[in-house]
Ligand binder design. Structure first.
Ligand code: MLT
Length: 411
């Protein structure tokens, strides 16, 4: 019989969101009449921007015509898309990033997991607590951790607590780590990072030859002009950071699939023989061996995000979800709850009322208000006592959800 990757057996029972879906389905089966509103998983609800729809329709027509038909595209993505990203997302913000350092992919979740393919198994890895579970689970799968303890922490990982006390921004570790996952605007807490704060991480990473894996999937939600959108706005980041970005949350591509990773050519890792190796080369090799590129149609849709109409339409989508977040924050505060995030970020991080654990609060909201959120403890031990509410939904559902909470629950 074939043997398996035993690391999978170390994983906690279910990935957080399927586990929530399982509980919600059980509730819905028992209460088929319950008008459930889902503010759990951060999945967009609003239709694609018109500019993207038009670009993709045109691309479909091209694929249906022998003279414009396309087969395999470049694994790294079409040059016309990479150029637009390089000039508008990066160079336009003063970041020294070249189109050849951008790799188009089908998702930041996939990229943040797949990136481990190019790193060794002997790195010390730091994650925040709470954290986007993909960073942890993919390290478990790759064999970079030991067993899980009763708190849900994996042996071998360095957990950096993020709480109200440190404004949900991790303190620089006192020990040496090799890989650090940072996510800003943060999933799940909605916290943001200043340029000065990111500079302290870049300084740390350079001093310790560490690599920062910077997840900027929610950068489009930054409206405060003083906050950086990219780690490359920080001096020295080209020597120590990889950045992940996505079209999922700005242009509503969660079901369309398009994202990108930036690997500067100046970024190096150590080989077993002690030599320095360009990470770009390894990722290029990995990408072109294990991936055949995002579809032409979808890349044309992503390109339209950079047109004048596309930019205006994306801005309206972001404003729409940010207004939802504002409504959620003000209504929950009115209900007596303490809330964080929800400004420059689509997630609202709610402190659960005294005496209620994250899962107790999940059950209370589901049973009393038929509302689904995400228990903070699902993002890590330090997330206990918190609850995440996503602003990705229709205005009607957000208003209705907040009405139910303010009318039915008193804290
Ligand atoms: C979330 O709810 O945390 C997001 O949907 C995660 C993701 O985009 O994969």
């Amino acid at each position: 019989m074939a043997t398996i990757n035993d690391n999978y057996l170390k994983l906690k029972a279910g990935y957080l969101f399927p586990e929530i879906a399982r509980r919600v389905n059980t509730f819905a089966e028992a209460h088929p009449e319950a008008p459930i509103i889902k503010l759990g998983i951060g999945d967009v609800t609003e239709p694609l921007p018109e500019a993207c729809i038009q670009a993709m329709s045109k691309a479909v027509a091209e694929m249906g015509d022998r003279s414009t038909f396309k087969g395999y595209g470049p694994e790294q993505g079409y040059a016309w898309l990479r150029e637009k990203i390089a000039t508008q997302d990066f160079q336009g913000r003063g970041c020294d990033i070249d189109a050849s350092e951008i790799f188009i992919s089908d998702g930041s979740k996939c990229d943040s997991g797949n990136i481990l393919d190019i790193f060794g198994n002997n790195n010390t890895i730091a994650v925040t607590d709470p954290v986007y579970p993909v960073y942890v689970d993919t390290n478990v799968m790759a064999g970079n951790t030991g067993a899980v303890n009763e708190k849900g922490e994996y042996e071998g990982l360095v957990y950096l607590p993020i709480t109200a006390k440190n404004n949900f921004t991790a303190e620089i570790p006192t020990q040496k780590v090799d890989l650090i996952y940072l996510c800003f605007p943060n999933n799940p807490t909605g916290a943001t990072a200043t340029k000065e704060y990111l500079q302290t991480w870049v300084n740390y990473a350079k001093a310790h030859n560490a690599i920062i894996l910077f997840d900027a999937a929610y950068e489009a939600f930054i409206t405060d002009g003083s906050l950086p959108h990219s780690i490359y706005e920080v001096e020295g980041a080209r020597e120590c950071a990889i950045e992940f970005r996505s079209f999922s949350k700005n242009a509503g591509f969660t079901g369309t699939r398009c994202a990108l990773s930036v690997i500067p050519k100046t970024l190096k890792g150590k080989a077993a023989d002690g030599s320095d190796v360009e990470l770009w080369k390894l990722w290029n090799r990995r990408h072109s061996t294990k991936f055949n590129g995002v579809s032409y149609i979808v890349q044309r849709g992503a390109e339209a995000v950079y047109s004048e109409e596309g930019k205006a339409q994306v801005k309206r989508l972001i404003e729409f979800y940010l207004e939802n977040a504002k409504i959620i924050c003000s209504q929950l505060q009115a209900a007596g709850l303490t809330v964080y995030g929800g400004v420059n970020a689509p997630y609202v991080w709610v402190q659960t009322p005294t005496g209620l654990s994250s899962w107790d609060f999940f059950d209370k909201l589901l049973q009393n208000c038929n509302i689904v959120g995400t228990p903070g403890s699902g993002f890590g031990a330090a997330g206990e006592g918190y609850f995440r509410i996503s602003s990705f939904n229709s205005r009607e559902n957000v208003n209705e959800a907040m009405k139910r909470i303010t009318e039915k629950l008193k804290f």
